[in-house]
Design a protein around this ligand. Structure first.
Ligand code: NAP
Length: 293
């Protein structure tokens, strides 16, 4: 057992949360987990040890740090506020770290609510996908107070790298929005380029091999070109999640005045992918709208 081991709780054992909580246990922390669907929490305890709780409040009662990785703003409110939410039992001076991709607005709302009870809050959305969570190599962008960040950072390091404090509450989520805006337009450009290459009768593997050595290179090109060409999308980061993220970006832009014409257009393309039944497909499935027309 490590000298720095802490009592922690993890709320939400989905694709991301399950392995993230696992890294905390493997590092020697005392982990109590809560998951809405209890079978996942049981499976987690069987694999990693630790304890399972029946409500978020019960999971958080003894914890110095409470982590969450759930779906959206409303899910986050459900696991934090009210009688069964984590804030009902968290003690003064403890820290709530939110890894959900959510709005900056809800993070400010939670920080105010928690602050009135002496509880600290960090918004800490992640990037790196399922493989980043499993390999413990997530990029984590954080909003909150520097002294609170300094206390939580060594624990987040169990599953993260490039853990960066971006500014006050909400700044982590705003940074994640930039990440998603950059990816949306890039994926549509990649889809158009690959579809063009196929229609032009080029050897797409050779095309990617040469242009990925030049200015067109991207993570998406290197990691997604084959799935796009083969039309196999049953993996990865779901279109439903991307639409949730883009709606957060578009809403934020309405208040800060940023123009997002391409992001808005790509969001509509994703709506079409959903209509094709592709809500759970990876975001690179945008190319299907081009190859099938
Ligand atoms: P997921 O597999 O669908 O897991 C979501 C988790 O949240 C599940 O444990 C679910 O419980 C729980 N949950 C949802 N709504 C809840 C509610 N109202 N009350 C209690 N628990 C609730 O999703 P994920 O892929 O892990 O993603 C989680 C978050 O990380 C999302 O905000 C997503 O945008 C973000 N993210 C995901 C990725 C990725 O590649 N997957 C990458 C970066 C960021 P149940 O088991 O009962 O459904």
């Amino acid at each position: 057992m490590k000298a720095t081991s802490r009592k922690v709780a993890f709320i939400g054992l989905g694709v991301m949360g399950f392995p993230m909580a696992g890294h905390l246990a493997k590092a020697g922390h005392h982990v109590t987990v809560y998951n809405r669907t209890a079978s996942k929490a049981r499976a987690w305890v069987e694999r990693f040890g630790g304890r399972m709780a029946h409500t978020p409040a019960e999971a958080a009662a003894e914890a110095e740090l409470v982590f969450a990785c759930v779906g959206n703003d409303n899910d986050l409110r459900q696991v934090t506020l009210g009688d069964t939410g984590v804030f009902a039992t968290m003690k003064v001076g403890t820290i709530f770290v939110d890894h959900t991709t959510a709005s900056a607005k809800v993070e400010r709302e939670l920080a105010t609510y928690a602050g009135e009870r002496g509880i600290e809050v960090l918004d800490a959305p992640v990037s790196g996908g399922q493989s980043g969570a499993e390999n413990g190599t997530l990029a984590i962008m954080v909003g909150g107070k520097p002294e609170v960040f300094a206390r939580a950072e060594p624990v987040m390091a169990c599953y993260g790298r490039a853990i960066t404090l971006m500014g006050p509450t909400g700044a982590g989520q705003l940074t994640k929005m930039v990440n998603q805006i950059c990816i949306a337009g890039l994926l549509q450009g990649l889809a158009e380029g690959l579809n063009f290459a196929m229609r032009a009768g080029l050897d797409v593997e050779r095309v990617v091999s040469v242009i990925s050595k030049g200015a067109a290179q991207s993570w998406q090109m290197e990691n997604r070109w084959r799935a796009m060409v083969e039309g196999s999308f049953d993996f990865g980061f779901a279109v439903d999640w991307m639409r949730k993220d883009l709606s957060i970006c578009l809403e934020e832009a309405r208040s800060n005045g940023a123009l997002l014409p391409v992001t808005a257009l790509v969001d509509q393309f994703y709506a079409k992918v959903q209509k094709l039944g592709g809500g759970r497909w990876d975001t690179c499935s945008l190319i299907k709208l081009l190859t099938d027309s």
